[in-house]
Design a protein around this ligand. Structure first.
Ligand SMILES: CC(C)(COP(=O)(O)OP(=O)(O)OC[C@H]1O[C@@H](n2cnc3c(N)ncnc32)[C@H](O)[C@@H]1OP(=O)(O)O)[C@@H](O)C(=O)NCCC(=O)NCCS
Length: 195
């Protein structure tokens, strides 16, 4: 199906979270998220676009661009916010790989002040439900460094299966060799887990 024909909501809810597309007015918040997470994201998310933000205006430009990209179905940068405080707690990334299958690629990070509370898992599970049940995804993929065990645990808690281990395919900032785990989750597996 043509990607523009999918109805894609811009807001979801889970038990503890509001999970939504970024929108005008989020720029300062997004800049503050970037500022406090620079160190936290250096090791495994150094290419994350949030790290390019150097001031609130640049944050506002980026959140507006991400909203445009969402509407164009280019990719989906999804913020998760605590219902009780309204604070940003995590981001989930969904990148279309193949709209015809369809297959999507998943990424995520936890806000450094909200790590270890189950928020990434909760937000990802909510998005998985949408991707499989409403968007008809056939397959999801996810990759992480083989030293990033916290990330691997999120994937496994959400039902992803390890499909591969690429050994020593890149180097760390310290120059050590590091490999990658590849994870996948099929629609049939997800729906079986649900029942
Ligand atoms: C990888 C990363 C996203 C994992 O974040 P996380 O906070 O551990 O993941 P969750 O929010 O799902 O929290 C799960 C943890 O909270 C614990 N937890 C505490 N309270 C909980 C609750 N009420 N419900 C569920 N889990 C809870 C879980 O036991 C789990 O801990 P464990 O992994 O030690 O068993 C985070 O470390 C991060 O942002 N790293 C830097 C960026 C990065 O590596 N991104 C991934 C690149 S592939």
């Amino acid at each position: 199906m043509n990607k523009m024909l999918y109805d894609i909501p811009t807001r979801f809810e889970s038990q503890r979270l509001v999970i939504r597309c970024y929108e005008p007015g989020d720029g300062e918040m997004y800049f503050n998220v970037a500022e406090r997470n620079r160190q936290h994201l250096t090791r495994y998310e150094s290419g994350n676009v949030i790290l390019t933000i150097q001031n609130a205006e640049a944050g506002e430009v980026l959140v507006r661009q991400l909203q445009v990209d969402w509407l164009a179905r280019k990719h989906f940068f999804i913020g998760a916010f605590e219902k009780t405080s309204g604070e940003f707690v995590a981001q989930i990334y969904v990148g279309p790989v193949n709209w015809e299958l369809p297959e999507f690629s998943i990424g995520y990070f936890a806000d450094c002040e909200h790590e270890g509370l189950g928020y990434v898992t909760e937000a990802l599970c909510t998005i998985l439900d949408f991707l499989f049940k409403d968007l008809g995804a056939h397959r999801l993929r996810l990759g992480c460094a083989d030293t990033n065990l916290r990330s691997a645990r999120v994937a496994e808690r959400c039902g992803f299966r390890r499909e591969g281990h690429i050994r020593e395919n890149h180097t760390t900032p310290d120059g050590a060799y590091e490999g990658s785990y590849l994870y996948g989750l099929l629609r049939s597996e997800y729906l079986t887990q649900e029942s």
